[in-house]
Design a protein around this ligand. Structure first.
Ligand code: KG4
Ligand code: ZN
Length: 355
């Protein structure tokens, strides 16, 4: 063990199977991504209008080992070149997490490599600092504010240091990505919805429909998107199918503007409150084109250093998990064979309210 404590981990193999994406990566300790391959399951879940946990778990078992083989052959990296293994072990769908965890434990035994399980959200929080052949490395000093918005979470953190993340506020009900997905479903746009709402909104009039911006004026970093969802459902019920079809772009643009207004305002609140001049915006919804534009304009106007991950690192991927994990391994933290999955974050993961 003492040998491991002094070991410097230069390169890890990482696995992400917490939800519906099967993803594997090779990441270096400086955040450089040497390889990343993901298998998307959208076509399997689309007929059900959302993620079916059993189907997700089953597909991970089919995809994971071939993806690892392909990653190693594409990158020409062998197991001998890897010093450790990283896997998402929380929060997520337990059946999906188990596929990644049992694979990593097995590889660790066979290859005699140390491993660690990391929190998926910590992965998103590290995604802005990944680099590759097309994207230069970005650095930011602690402390900074982070807005993490995905299908399951919408949370604002004060990032004190690596591993010390204080929750400043969070959604009280639906996550922003969930709101996008549900709205897309109501409009018949299919699954996953966020990107489709984004695409339809591009030529729409964002002022045409007045959707609520719940809690936007409240003196806190909390959010709520369930009122917006109900308001959208009522609006669509009052329209004919033809009207909805003809106004789809305006509906998407107006709905998207309501979500983005809230997110930018709450990020701004956190910046004012903490007096930090640095921020990151991350998670699947950070791929949203309006959110990216609005955050960029806000950061320029207010002289804030802003980091938003390249699109390939916004949605779920193993590279962000690898970078979170290799930093932990280099701090002397390791998993053991008793490690299991957890559907939620642990109390040790975040300071403050554990949402
Ligand atoms: O981080 P992520 O890949 O998975 C979770 O950890 O949840 O985030 C997925 C969420 C989905 O709700 C998806 O609709 C949303 O991110 N999303 C978007 C966009 N791309 C993905 N939402 C709005 N605009 C987008 N362009
Ligand atoms: Zn995610």
């Amino acid at each position: 063990m003492s040998q491991l404590l002094n070991k410097k981990f230069k390169r890890v193999l990482s696995i992400e199977t917490s939800c519906d994406d099967t993803s594997v990566a090779v990441v270096r300790s400086d955040g450089f991504v040497e390889g990343l391959i993901s298998a998307n399951q959208d076509s399997f879940h689309e007929p059900f209008g959302g993620i079916v946990p059993e189907i997700a778990g089953r597909n991970h078992t089919l995809h994971l080992l071939p993806l690892i083989d392909q990653l190693l052959s594409d990158t020409k990296i062998s197991f001998d070149d890897i010093q450790g293994l990283v896997v998402t072990n929380r929060p997520g769908l337990v059946g999906s997490l188990l596929v990644g965890i049992s694979t990593v434990k097995t590889l660790a035994q066979i290859l005699e490599l140390p491993f660690i399980g990391v929190n998926h959200l910590e992965g998103h929080l590290q995604a802005g600092f990944l680099s590759d052949e097309k994207h230069a490395a970005v650095k930011i000093e602690y402390p900074y504010v982070a807005l993490a918005v995905s299908g399951g979470h919408s949370t604002i953190y004060l990032m004190h240091d690596f591993g010390r993340y204080e929750v400043l506020g969070a959604t009280l009900d639906d996550a922003a990505g969930e709101a996008f997905d549900k709205f897309a479903k109501m409009l018949g746009l299919g699954f996953p919805g966020g990107i489709r709402v984004d695409q339809h909104a591009k030529n729409g009039d964002a002022k045409k429909y007045d959707f609520p911006r719940s809690m936007i004026k409240e003196n806190n970093a909390d959010m709520s998107f369930s009122g917006l969802k109900s308001s959208a459902a009522r609006m669509l019920q009052s329209m004919t199918a033809d009207e909805i079809l003809q106004n789809r772009e305006d509906l998407c643009a107006s709905f998207q503007a309501a979500v983005v207004d809230v997110l930018v305002e709450k990020l701004n609140w956190a910046i004012q409150k903490t007096n930090c001049r640095r921020a990151i915006v991350t998670g699947g919804v950070s791929a949203n084109s309006l959110l990216r534009q609005r955050c960029e304009a806000w950061s320029v106007k207010n002289n804030i250093q802003l980091v938003v991950p390249p699109l390939r690192y916004c949605t779920d991927n193993a590279a962000m998990i690898g970078f979170a994990g290799i930093q932990r391994l280099n701090k002397g933290e390791f998993g053991d064979l008793t490690m299991g999955p957890s559907p939620s974050s642990l109390s040790i993961d975040f300071i403050g309210q554990n949402r």
